[in-house]
Structure formats: structure tokens, C-alpha cells
Design a protein. Structure first.
Length: 88
């Protein structure tokens, strides 16, 4: 699948998580960083999307340890939480 199609699918999945909080966290992260993602970054994000929202949120706010396979520079960006628009 080409890059643009893959990003569109990832965006949809990021913004349709089931709870507003998860949408803001995961969708906001996608909106802020996806334009510069490599194939490896997209693979990481797809792996993240397969996880439960409560776990992703706990990793992002630091209340649970991040699994080794998801830890790294992308998770560090997610943990900054500076991409969430609280005015929505």
C-alpha cells in the first residue's frame, strides 16, 4: 500500500478509538507527528494501535511501564503530551 493510503488509514484508526480521551491522545499525536514518519515509525504506530486504549494512555502519562517493543523515541514524544488540544 502506498504511503498516503497507509497514513489515511492510520489517521482514521487514531481518531476512532472509542473514547474521546483516547481520540485526543492518539489522534492528536498522529496529527502532530505523522507527516514526518518513516516506514519504521508507521510500523511502530500500527503496533501501538493494536494495544488497549487504557494501556496506551497509562504509558503516555507514565503510570505504567512501557513495554520494550513500544519504548523509544516515538513513545518519548507521546509522553510529552504537548500535542493535545484541550480546547476541543
Amino acid at each position: 500500500m502506498d504511503r498516503e493510503t497507509r497514513l489515511k488509514r492510520l489517521k482514521f484508526r487514531a481518531w476512532h478509538r472509542g473514547t474521546r480521551e483516547a481520540d485526543f491522545l492518539i489522534g492528536g499525536f498522529f496529527d502532530r507527528y505523522a507527516s514526518g514518519w518513516s516506514v519504521t515509525d508507521m510500523d511502530w504506530f500500527e503496533q501501538l494501535l493494536a494495544e488497549d486504549d487504557v494501556d496506551v494512555m497509562a504509558w503516555a502519562i507514565g503510570t505504567m511501564p512501557v513495554p520494550t517493543e513500544l519504548d523509544g523515541s516515538q513513545m518519548e514524544l507521546m509522553q510529552q503530551l504537548d500535542y493535545i488540544d484541550a480546547t476541543k
